[in-house]
Design a binder for this molecule. Structure first.
Ligand SMILES: [Zn+2]
Length: 434
């Protein structure tokens, strides 16, 4: 049970998921563990999928993207897909990060994605990611999460720049390097720190892929426990909803005629173009291999795709009372109001009237309220994985997400009622309801 006043088991589980997943690598490990506990078996991309028995499977690529699916007992006529992304904007260590300056030990960082840079200032930060450790002539990745305050991106005192409250200007190269300690001959190296953490020999550490995270774990707040405060709600909240929904739907799906599937992709925040992103061949390849593994011809596979449907789940902008004019007047989602259906005529979201209607029907079946969102016409609209996967696969798609504030902050805000609502709607969808 997560510390605090939490009585909803889905919310409770989400808070633990957020706490234990400071990086996309950890998010995939968390999702895989939840799936293992629900009877899913790990498949490797390099294994044969040519004779897939009915059952529950998951497969990962690059350690930071995952697909999971249920193969029903009979032949499948369609797929039901839920997509989400495992990455969040943050600060990531460069390959040779350590340097000394003005008596301090510092880390060189790169900004990943569209981070709200000011949200990283004056927080208790630590490091997480993966480290490649050599053992017996083989090098393998090991997850690492240092569970204590370790470094800080310190703000400049107000006395040294009186204009900061009006115009804070942060140079990405100069102003974001965290302080790791005081420099000096006796200061330990980052490799020594990691070796101690992993109980490994420093000489066995061959490479590292590390990022900063806020050590303050998720918290429930608000006068009546309405709010979740946490890093990475965008989009681990949807990764969690998709994974939980698939475990809930698996039993019914085994007896049905559709393959329910979730796809959790890395690299959405930097455009999805990578071997593990939504733009990669990973998902089309997995879909084709499932059909081939069940004896469908290529034409039957395309028939199944033609009957398929995709829900792209990524967090949505709730109306902010202090900046209400930033919202389109008639499309102002509220926290606790349930899933938000996102539409954009420029196709920054993949939703059409037909796909919105299908999702509304699913919500009605699951007894879940829903809301609509459209961006202000005079502001550039963000995008998500929905338009990418729908372009790649030609599958009708709806873009949805739970409402939140402070998107892309190191510590975001969402509602405590919405996770269970979205999970219920996605479970109903994955069961094959229409
Ligand atoms: Zn997102």
């Amino acid at each position: 049970m997560y510390p605090g006043v939490v009585t909803d088991p889905i919310l409770d589980d989400l808070l633990l998921f957020l706490e234990h997943a400071p990086t996309p690598f950890h998010a995939v490990a968390q999702a895989a563990e939840a799936l293992d506990n629900a009877g899913f078996r790990a498949l490797a991309e390099a294994d044969p999928w040519s004779d897939l028995a009915p059952g529950r499977y998951h497969a990962t690529v690059g350690g930071s993207s995952l697909v999971a699916f249920v193969v029903p007992k009979g032949p499948h006529a369609a797929f039901r897909l839920v997509g989400a992304h495992t990455d969040s904007p943050n600060l990531r260590l460069k390959p040779r990060p350590e340097y000394a300056k003005e008596g301090y030990l510092q880390l060189g960082v790169e900004v990943y994605g569209g981070a709200l840079l000011n949200s990283w200032l004056d927080r208790d930060l630590s490091l997480a990611g993966r480290v490649f450790v050599e053992s017996g002539g083989r090098t393998s990745p090991v997850l690492v999460k240092i569970d204590r305050p370790l470094c800080r991106v310190a703000q400049l005192a107000i006395h040294l720049d009186r204009d900061q409250n009006e115009k804070l200007a942060l140079n990405r190269q100069e102003h974001l390097a965290p302080l790791l300690g005081l420099a000096g001959p006796s200061a330990p190296s980052l490799t020594a720190l990691l070796a101690r953490e992993l109980e490994a020999d420093a000489s066995a550490i061959r490479a590292m892929e590390l990022m900063l995270y806020d050590v303050a774990g998720p918290a429930v707040s608000g006068i009546d426990g309405e709010f979740i405060h946490s890093g990475r709600l965008d989009n681990l909240a949807m990764c969690h909803a998709a994974t939980t929904a698939l475990t809930l739907a698996a039993g019914a799906a085994e007896a049905g005629g559709v393959v329910p599937m979730i796809a959790l992709f890395d690299h959405e925040e930097v455009g999805s173009e990578s071997a593990t992103g939504a733009h990669s061949a990973f998902l089309p390849r997995a879909l084709e291999r499932i059909s081939a593994g069940r004896g469908l011809s290529r034409d039957q596979h395309f028939q199944a795709l033609a009957r398929s449907f995709c829900v792209s789940a990524d967090m949505a902008h709730a109306v902010h009372p202090n900046f209400a004019d930033r919202h389109e007047a008639r499309h102002k989602p509220v926290l606790g109001g349930g899933p938000v259906i996102k539409t954009n005529a420029q196709q920054r979201y993949a939703t059409s009237a037909a796909t919105a209607l299908l999702f509304e029907r699913i919500c009605a079946r699951a007894d879940v309220p829903f809301q609509h969102y459209a961006h202000r016409t005079d502001l550039p609209c963000g995008t998500t994985i929905g338009p990418i996967t729908s372009t790649l696969l030609g599958i009708p798609t709806v873009d949805v997400g739970n409402p939140m504030l402070s998107m892309h902050s190191a510590r975001e805000l969402a509602g405590t009622r919405d996770p269970a609502l979205m999970t219920r709607a996605l479970a109903c969808f994955l069961e094959g309801a229409d």
